[in-house]
Ligand binder design. Structure first.
Ligand code: ZN
Length: 143
């Protein structure tokens, strides 16, 4: 991959110093997803209370794109409402379509913008966001 150097540094920072990596000991909402094309696996846990994503953690294994995306996603959605989190997920989808998207509330995500030029890696980058959507879906069904 030939991503811009600055972007590469941001991605590697999240890969080597992951934010929110781990799991909750209690029975928080849990979503497991994998991306067989690359071998990425993620387990995402969300704590949603009163329509707000209070906390998020993830574990799993995979390439730097999938793991850094999970680190960024969990940072970005913590403290956001469910609606704001879904809106962020939509903005991330637009980013993967090659659109110019401003993540003013969490600019690190923009480091993944170069991934849209590598179609095989888009599934790596979107894995954590798909887990987020699935988790929010499940949460809303239980209400
Ligand atoms: Zn991957």
């Amino acid at each position: 991959m030939n991503l811009d150097d600055l972007y590469r540094r941001v991605i590697m920072d999240h890969y080597k110093n992951p934010r929110n990596r781990g799991s909750f000991e209690d029975d928080a909402l849990k979503i497991e997803l994998n991306n067989p094309t690359c071998g990425d696996r993620i387990t995402l846990q969300l704590k949603v209370e009163d329509g707000i994503v209070k906390d998020a953690r993830y574990s799993g294994e995979g390439c730097s794109i999938s793991m850094s995306s999970a680190s960024m996603m969990t940072e970005a959605v913590k403290g956001k409402t469910v609606a704001q989190s879904l809106e962020l997920a939509n903005r991330f989808s637009d980013l993967m379509k090659g659109e110019t998207v401003d993540f003013e509330d969490y600019e690190d995500i923009e480091a993944l913008s170069g991934v849209n030029k590598f179609p095989a890696r888009i599934k790596c980058a979107t894995l954590a966001w798909n887990a987020l959507r699935k988790g929010i879906d499940e949460e809303q069904q239980h209400q």
